[in-house]
Design a binder for this molecule. Structure first.
Ligand code: CMC
Length: 367
């Protein structure tokens, strides 16, 4: 039985297409490499929401208007902090973000507020763990620059802001990944956009999905230097552990986003040093995986270089999954709009293998 639903088509979308054999990702007509090079977060939002978000008509949603609306939405999100911060004391950042998004109302929250709330809440939650007060958003800045400013309390380094913006665009949408599927399932019940996004965040949090990049950095730190690679891998395989940042359900070749993000790291301070060890680790892991699973091609996925890119942009590793959410919330909201248009509840079937009441056959209870 196909327990992982491999290859099952569960939605029709015009948002993005993952070609696992060719290692290609297309987002609304753009290859991911081109999107990452040319689009910022607001342009990507305009692209993904076009024809779907209320008030937009195909071809008429533009990045400038969205950039301004997102800036104002970050101010609206900051108004929620006095309620969120005391409630989130003692929670991890991802649990705090989950609580913060859950505090938004399905009836009075829109896609802009949701996309603005992720960076505003993340920065304030992190500062609270450091015992520092929240920094107000600057609606005139781009999404990444404002997030870094709110996070550190200092004007964002331009290179770091550009790198983070590229990261957000690179991970904005990716077919029917687990969190996006979750968002569509919840949306199909007409529970509302906030409920669907909170559910998606819960799915993203897991280490097999968006929780991988923090452990990637832990792995590089534990390995330490080239001499540490093979002994570390021996220990991991002996313990039956999965190697974070490798393998993918759809890609049978290298994840194209890995190279986009590797390019981002190369341009940042300290990046080339990290890349030198990371490349050696990557080669060693791929050789081991090929030896172990000769009939299943396992390659580098987006999370391996995500870890390096986010570290080089100045984010603490505890915030890596929240940064993923900061980008992917665009895809979630776009898919929710698209799902709402279909109007049909997603309700698959299961095959019952439990006991059957005495005197009845399985076929008689199947319905
Ligand atoms: N390290 C070690 N073994 C692995 C790995 C890995 N990273 N990935 C797959 N395998 C093994 C897997 O255990 C299975 O072995 P067995 O048949 O003995 O159980 C075999 O390879 C085939 O696995 P698969 O069917 O290709 O894997 P899947 O499609 O069920 O899972 C995955 C995909 C991404 C969950 C998995 O590769 C994994 O756990 N990777 C590590 C976590 C990670 O990097 N996650 C981020 C994914 S990319 C971003 C995103 O989409 O969120």
């Amino acid at each position: 039985m196909n327990t992982g639903l491999d290859g099952v088509v569960a939605a029709v979308t015009n948002l993005s297409q993952v070609d696992g054999e060719a290692g290609r990702l297309i987002v609304r007509g753009h290859d991911i490499e081109e999107l990452a090079a040319r689009f910022d977060f607001a342009d990507t939002a305009a692209l993904l929401w076009d024809g779907l978000a209320p008030g937009s008509v195909e071809g008429h949603l533009d990045g400038t208007a969205i950039r301004q609306a997102l800036g104002l939405a970050r101010l609206r999100a900051a108004d929620r902090l006095p309620l969120l911060l005391p409630a989130a004391k003692g929670l991890s950042p991802i649990e705090g973000l989950r609580a913060g998004l859950a505090m938004l109302g399905d009836d009075d929250c829109d896609h802009l507020l949701l996309c603005a709330a992720v960076p505003v809440f993340t920065a304030a939650l992190w500062r609270q763990t450091l015992g520092q007060p929240a920094v107000s958003p600057d609606p005139g800045l781009g999404q990444a620059a404002d997030f870094l400013t709110m996070l550190t309390g200092r004007p964002a380094d331009q290179m770091a802001a550009r790198a983070l913006e590229t990261y957000l665009v690179t991970v904005a949408d990716h077919g029917l990944n687990a969190s996006t599927f979750t968002a569509r399932v919840v949306s199909s019940t007409r529970a509302g956009m906030v409920s669907a996004v909170v559910a998606a965040l819960c799915a993203l949090k897991g280490p097999l999905h968006g929780g991988a990049p923090g452990p990637v950095l832990d792995m590089l730190d534990e390995i330490g230097n080239p001499a540490g690679i093979e002994p570390w891998l021996d220990r991991q395989f002996a313990a039956g552990e999965r190697l974070m940042g490798f393998g993918h359900r759809v890609y049978r070749t290298r994840d194209p986003r890995a190279d986009v993000l590797k390019g981002v790291v190369a341009g940042l301070r300290g990046g080339p040093n990290r890349i030198a060890l990371a490349e050696r680790v990557e080669r060693a892991v791929l050789a081991r995986l090929a030896e172990r699973y000769p009939s299943r091609r396992l390659d580098t996925n987006v999370e391996f270089y995500t870890a390096l890119a986010l570290e080089a942009a100045g984010l603490p590793r505890q915030l890596f999954t929240l940064a993923f959410a900061m980008g992917r919330v665009l895809g979630w909201t776009a898919h929710i709009f698209e799902q709402e248009q279909t109007g049909r509840i997603i309700r698959p079937a299961s095959r019952y293998t439990g006991p059957v009441p005495r005197g009845r056959t399985l076929a008689a209870v199947a319905g």
